[in-house]
Write a protein that binds this ligand. Structure first.
Ligand code: SF4
Length: 222
């Protein structure tokens, strides 16, 4: 029997990575680790707003409007990448186009973590529908606009690498270190994560190590 790798679970199957974990990891690896490894998700005003927004789009079903059929809360997967998740909204256009739309309550940041999540949904839909899905979109409730994303080769490579990185974190159980930077100000996990305290602890240990590092005796030789 082939021994399990850092990609596989104990049954030798590829460990599945949730789509949302890609977004969390892209924002802060530790945030993703706290949620996946320690089940430590914490709500704040922003996440509650997000939850309320998702409640509006997370009712499974489909609606038709003109030449577009809209599916809500659609379970999706990509077996090659080992990705699974749920799309807020997927539009099926009469001309054959498929467009996943991820809904966010906050401001849109071009090239940010939401792009990763929406593009990863496109990769799932490609495999499921066996047709190219070259675009995805992020709807920002903050500006009430839909932002289009081109699912190009760079983004595909990034998603592939990120999926492998998250999978390794899941199989090794190693919690990433805190970011302890401006990201923490907007993070709902800050109270439990204590990034400054932990970062300070690392600095403290480094200072101790530096203080007691023994000099090479030859340095002291006359
Ligand atoms: S508080 Fe900072 S380090 Fe901790 S999970 Fe949030 S962003 Fe990451």
């Amino acid at each position: 029997m082939t021994p399990p790798t850092t990609r596989d679970n104990q049954e030798g199957e590829l460990v599945q990575v949730p789509l949302s974990a890609l977004e969390h990891y892209a924002y802060c690896p530790r945030q993703s680790g706290l949620i996946l490894l320690e089940d430590a998700f914490t709500d704040d005003a922003a996440t509650v707003r997000g939850t309320l927004l998702h409640q509006r789009v997370d009712t499974p079903g489909n609606r038709g409007r003109g030449s577009v059929r809209t599916l809500h809360a659609l379970p999706v997967w990509n077996d090659s990448y080992g990705l699974t998740g749920i799309c807020d909204t997927v539009e099926l256009h009469a001309d054959g186009r498929i467009l996943p739309v991820e809904h966010k309550s906050g401001r849109y940041h071009p090239g940010g973590p939401a792009d990763i999540q929406a593009a990863a949904q496109a990769l799932c839909l490609e495999e499921m529908f066996q047709r190219p899905v070259p675009e995805a979109a992020v709807y920002s409730a903050a500006d009430r606009r839909r932002h289009r994303i081109t699912v190009d080769d760079d983004l595909r490579t990034r998603i592939h690498q990120l999926t492998d990185t998250v999978r390794t974190m899941l199989t090794t159980g190693a919690l990433p270190p805190p970011a302890a930077d401006s990201r923490c100000r907007r993070c709902s996990m800050a109270t439990g994560c204590m990034p400054k305290v932990l970062a300070g602890t690392r600095r403290y240990h480094q200072a101790l190590t530096d203080l007691y590092t023994l000099n090479d005796p030859q340095d002291d030789a006359p």
